[in-house]
Design a protein. Structure first.
Length: 57
């Protein structure tokens, strides 16, 4: 997050309101345009949401 200068609020918003979501092997890939770029947040969802990684696409 720090390296890519993406805030926690942007990640939460991307997970809650993605432009596109894919699911592969129990992992979710949420894509969201955050204005300056489109990001993809990779996470798992069980009892809690566990963010694995995020990156610009």
């Amino acid at each position: 997050m720090k390296k890519r200068k993406i805030s926690e609020d942007e990640i939460i918003h991307s997970i809650k309101n993605p432009n596109k979501t894919l699911k592969k092997n129990k992992k979710y890939y949420a894509q969201k345009n955050i204005g300056r770029a489109t990001i993809e947040v990779v996470y798992e969802k069980d009892k809690y949401i566990n963010v694995i990684t995020l990156y610009y696409i």
